[in-house]
Design a protein around this ligand. Structure first.
Ligand code: COA
Length: 256
């Protein structure tokens, strides 16, 4: 358990809440481990029928904790981030996300592995990997073009600009944007609806929906992970991290 990841069970729904608002819910290795544990535990607990993921205050999550990532770069398939990605992408039980605010990096890409995703109208999404001199993760380099086509995928993944909840709904990253006041009601009611379905029928249906992609998702995650790890050590990424600490824009003019 981690104080920054709150896990509880309400009726038959497991609630996972990112709870590090002072750092915009940036995710550390400890938090990835706690979320992987929670999702795995939900998988083996027959009393849990659905998983619900949300953030706190103004953030869903601002993505990987950049300081922690530098200090504890992911190494190998058993590193916490990869354990989390494996758990969320292969979970048999339905997962519903309620995006209450900032959803940056993995804050957006983890939604690709949730069955349903809802967001507050003022939530902000971003896939800033190239801006950070990194590459996409969480199989987003495959899933983003798959859900919206190459044209829009290139805009979101290569330019890396922030986009609105309305746009996230339009391109298929979330199901629906709603008012901040209504978000919890809406997303929780969908989790409840899933939790009341025949569990085996739901499990099998989810498996059928995802089966065509399962292998390519695992392969893409491995390939992205290797490049991402190499990129983290790159001079380009060092420049970005330094700029982040010094609160200035990175300067890539010296790189070829
Ligand atoms: N990793 C580590 N720390 C982070 C973080 C991250 N991804 N996102 C936010 N924080 C920290 C800030 O360093 C700051 O810490 P401090 O109070 O000790 O200085 C605190 O969270 C609040 O963030 P701040 O930048 O002051 O808030 P803001 O509202 O001005 O901006 C963001 C919020 C999310 C736009 C900005 O923090 C940001 O761009 N973060 C990086 C996002 C990112 O690139 N994620 C990685 C994706 S792979």
């Amino acid at each position: 358990m981690s104080e920054h990841i709150l896990v509880s069970q309400q009726d038959t729904i497991q609630r996972i809440q990112l709870n590090r608002p002072e750092k915009k819910n940036a995710i550390t290795t400890v938090m990835y481990s706690a979320m992987a544990d929670a999702i795995e535990q939900a998988g083996s607990d027959a009393s849990i029928r659905a998983i619900y993921i949300t953030g706190s205050e103004d953030s869903f999550t601002s993505g990987n904790d950049l300081n922690d990532f530098l200090q504890n770069p992911p190494q190998g398939a058993e590193s916490p981030v990869f354990r989390f990605l494996r758990a969320i992408s292969t979970a048999e039980k339905p997962i519903v996300a309620a995006v209450n605010g900032l959803a940056i990096g993995i804050g957006t890409t983890l939604l690709l592995h949730c069955d349903l995703a809802y967001a507050a109208e003022d939530a902000k999404f971003q896939l800033p990997f190239v801006n950070l001199a990194l590459v996409p993760e969480a199989a987003s380099s495959y899933l983003i073009p798959q859900i919206m086509g190459q044209r829009k995928a290139a805009e979101l993944l290569l330019l890396g600009d922030a986009f609105s909840a309305a746009k996230a709904a339009e391109v298929g990253i979330i199901n629906e944007a709603t008012s901040a006041d209504n978000l919890e009601n809406l997303a929780w009611s969908k989790a409840q609806a899933l939790a009341q379905k025949a569990p085996e029928a739901l499990r099998l249906s989810k498996m059928l929906l995802k089966k065509g992609n399962a292998e390519v998702i695992a392969q893409t995650m491995a390939e992205e992970g290797k490049l991402f790890g190499e990129r983290l050590q790159s001079p380009e990424a060092m420049e970005v991290m330094q700029a982040f600490m010094e609160r200035r824009e990175p300067d890539f003019s010296k790189f070829s």
